[in-house]
Design a protein around this ligand. Sequence first.
Ligand code: ADP
Length: 177
Amino acid sequence: LEPKEEFEHKTLAMDVMRPRRSDPPLSVLTQSGMNVEQVEAVIADTSYSGFPIVMSQESQRLVGFVLRRDLVISIENARLCQEGIVGASQVLFTEHTPAQLHGGPPPLNLRSIMDLSPLAITDHTPMDITVDIFRKLGLRQCLVTQNGRLLGIITKKDILKHMAQMTNRDPESILFN
Ligand code: ADP
């Protein structure tokens, strides 16, 4: 089958993205307002390769994307080497870092490990176009938004699984044929 025919029924990004309706919500970090302990809890409670950063839980406006492994290494390093970083330190992904927040310990700014412009598509983007984007840009994941609000995420594996389901083909042969 050619890629075009596989998507005759015009599967959309919203059909492939996670979370599904029955899943727990997307695991995100906020650009401010979380401390080191809370970020460590998100890391410990999930196994995702990365986390979208949003302006706030209420707005769900996309600010960036951070890889799990970069987060783990940076927090570990900061706890060991950076003066004053403790569980109660605020984690920031903002442009400016105040010396102190609310009289607490010094904050930890992790903006340098954040992807500032992760690729985002709308929930109505047809999957044939999405697959094209993944192929051409060599993406591992992309984010799905609706009217500027973050809705979900699609990984390369999500696409491969979806395509294999539709065509009964070996998933590995699909993105790299
Ligand atoms: P892979 O799809 O390669 O296993 P992940 O481990 O990052 O990559 O993702 C596992 C599943 O969880 C995928 O279906 C993906 O869409 C979803 N997912 C990835 N990141 C998140 C996240 N931050 N919150 C919720 N679900 C996620």
